[in-house]
Write a protein that binds this ligand. Structure first.
Ligand code: FPP
Length: 230
């Protein structure tokens, strides 16, 4: 079985660059190229939902130079690549806080959503300036404003995007933490922490990850009696 909703916490661009004696910016550039390749590959493999953590709200604490570089990289990539997403039948969504993002970036994000909104293939959810805690608070603000009853509420309907639960969550670079990423949606996700730095997370690594997912015994709190001696 392949995961229905897969998520990747992109990590290790900086270390990849440092290992090669390059500036961090080139690590991000390599990461963005790898991300496009992996996104198209995931679509080809039949993944239905792919959430990508490309910038956390906390990342904005980085140097102004790095953040400005990242904003420009997002703008240029989205501008250049939107036609590819359109022709590959991929629908693009964004999750995150709009505050603190430059107008031009917001505009290119809107264009990306608009041009792909009729697509029926894989849904890519870019989590950009995203915080899971903030998303939950924003959901409750909406619930309170709309005076929705909390009895039997499905919180997912009030998140930035109404997506199914995450089945498989990968964080590259060997770090083993969630860093405020989809804490609610990942409640039953299988976690996988390959050591490889994101710019080296190629199709082969993706296949290895899928094979790892295949091996997992998903029980959702129940018991698979076939796998026990009782
Ligand atoms: C993590 O590496 C990466 C980021 C903080 C964000 C950058 C993500 C990309 C450039 C890929 C997405 C690009 C597009 C266009 C959607 P890190 O800097 O935390 O690495 P480190 O932990 O090794 O320093």
């Amino acid at each position: 079985m392949i995961p229905n909703h897969m998520a990747i916490i992109v990590d290790g661009n900086g270390r990849w660059a440092r290992n090669k004696g390059l500036p961090r910016s080139l690590g991000h550039k390599a990461g963005s190229e790898r991300l496009e390749e992996i996104t198209l590959y995931a679509a080809k493999k039949g993944i239905k939902y792919l959430s990508l953590y490309v910038l956390s709200c906390d990342n904005l604490k980085r140097s102004e130079d790095e953040i400005n570089f990242l904003f420009k990289l997002f703008i240029n990539t989205f501008k250049k690549k939107k036609e590819i997403y359109k022709t590959k039948n991929i629908k693009v969504l964004f999750s995150g806080v709009k505050d603190n993002l430059p107008d031009l970036l917001l505009k290119t994000m809107d264009e990306m959503v608009e041009i792909t909104k009729g697509n029926t293939g894989m849904i890519v959810n870019f989590c950009l300036n995203y915080s899971s805690r903030m998303e939950i608070i924003d959901a409750f603000k909406r619930i309170s404003k709309e005076k929705v009853s909390l009895d039997n509420i499905d919180l997912r309907k009030y998140m930035y995007q109404d997506l199914p639960d995450i089945d498989f969550l990968i964080r590259t670079s060997g770090e083993q933490r969630l860093s405020d990423f989809m804490l609610y949606q990942a409640s039953y996700a299988e976690l996988y922490f390959p050591k490889v730095l994101f710019p080296d997370f190629d199709k082969n690594e993706f296949d290895i990850a899928l094979a790892e997912y295949e091996k997992r015994d998903r029980r959702f709190g129940g018991i698979n009696y076939e796998n026990t001696n009782n």
